[in-house]
Ligand binder design. Structure first.
Ligand code: KG4
Ligand code: ZN
Length: 383
């Protein structure tokens, strides 16, 4: 079967096509991400209204590219292009007129592709952005009469690990660390989850981004801090910062996090610091990164031990961080060598639609009438 997936939960527009062979093997036909990083860089962050507009503009061109890469783009008028069908599209995309125009001209030019299921992220995320993807998915589901399933973005950050690792054993502990979330989740099996703990304020990725802004490093903060930290660590004279940053909640008995105090500590340290040269920025970056990593590792390892997990799964944009991956893997190998470690390749850690496709596959029995699908910015993977 071939699954078309649409992901617009934050600022990147993702469209992927995944084929699941009769043997159960996954074959990636295409995975296209139209990044809005340039916009984010210009304005120093993500703004929902601006991101929503960019999704409206990018969805159809991204769709065309994904179909082309998958060799599923065929010119020729859709047989079912009638005035009635067009009215449906106009109604669904009532709030996205630019997208409607682009989609209608696409549908006049190209035939229905060989797709068996549509999978779309309906939450959590930025609600205006989620709605654009959801409405786009509804429009093509209705027009081409293709079954549709709505999937959870956090679950997708976990299940993307199954693309290359069907042998993941349960119970597993998943640490999902992104720009909007930091959660430790008990994975009893695919589809059965329990949130054990989460951040009480800022997410880990948000902390990276805000600290980078304070230090005047640009956007998105995670990859920039990680690069600068690497430079500090390569310098043989580097022994760590004189003033250590706090590791908030590292000693508490729960699985919760808090990162806003760390950001404030960086702000005060930065105000106090007289020299703000390259070396200072590199060393601050290394300390910020290590403070975040220390807390993530401590709480995650506690959960792995407490629940006797057979696997530890990482996911979300921050799991692209090289130091986090390496240090977490080493700690697990040392303290619990029988547990296995899984992390996506870095380009699948950050938002993409392939993760949405694989999640749609595991929930292929949950298709619903497209009319019933709603975006929900606060959707949760468990109660
Ligand atoms: O999962 P994601 O792509 O989007 C959300 O669902 O939020 O995560 C984005 C977050 C951003 O905060 C970004 O700074 C962070 O992931 N990130 C990183 C790295 N690459 C992306 N953080 C630390 N190190 C990285 N290499
Ligand atoms: Zn994400």
């Amino acid at each position: 079967m071939k699954i078309l997936a649409i992901e617009t939960s934050c600022d990147d527009t993702g469209i992927a096509i995944l084929e699941v062979l009769p043997s159960g093997e996954f074959k990636v036909l295409s995975n296209v991400v139209s990044s809005q990083t340039a916009l984010g860089k210009k304005y120093g962050g993500v703004f929902p209204a601006m991101a929503k507009r960019a999704h409206q503009k990018n969805l159809v061109p991204t769709f065309i590219e994904a179909l082309k890469k998958a060799k599923l783009l065929k010119t020729g008028l859709s047989q079912n292009f009638t005035a009635v069908k067009k009215t449906d599209i106009s109604e669904i995309l009532e709030r996205e007129p630019e997208l409607e125009k682009k989609l209608v001209s696409f549908l006049k030019k190209y035939k229905k592709p060989d797709i068996d299921l549509i999978s779309v992220t309906n939450g959590p995320g930025l609600e205006p952005c989620l709605w654009v993807g959801v409405n786009f998915a509804k429009a093509i589901s209705s027009f081409w009469n293709i079954p549709i399933v709505a999937v959870n973005h956090i679950e997708s950050h976990i299940l993307v690990n199954f693309l290359e690792n069907s042998e993941i054993k349960f119970p597993a502990i998943a640490l999902v660390v992104s720009g909007g979330h930091t959660q430790i989740i008990l994975v009893k099996s695919i589809g059965k989850y329990e949130i054990l703990g989460e951040t009480r304020d800022d997410a880990a990725g948000e902390c990276f981004d805000k600290c980078a802004k304070i230090l005047g490093l640009g956007y998105p903060g995670g990859p920039i801090i990680s690069k600068l930290a690497e430079k500090a660590q390569r310098n043989s004279s580097y022994v760590g910062l004189n003033t250590k940053l706090p590791r908030p909640m590292i000693g508490t008995k729960d699985y919760d996090f808090s990162f806003s105090g760390l950001k404030t500590a960086v702000l005060y340290a930065d105000r106090k610091s007289k020299v703000k040269n390259k070396k200072y920025k590199q060393e601050m970056s290394a300390e910020v990164q290590q403070a975040i990593i220390d807390v993530l590792i401590k709480k995650t390892m506690k959960a792995v031990k407490d629940f006797k997990a057979k696997s530890l799964i990482l996911g979300g944009g921050v799991s692209a961080n090289k130091e986090l991956r390496n240090q977490m893997q080493k700690k697990l190998a040392k303290e619990l060598p029988e547990a296995k470690f899984f992390v996506p390749t870095p380009n699948l850690s950050t938002d993409n639609a392939l993760m949405t496709a694989i999640t749609g596959f595991y929930h292929k029995k949950n298709t619903v009438d497209w009319k019933l699908i709603q975006a929900n910015g606060n959707l949760r993977i468990s109660k």
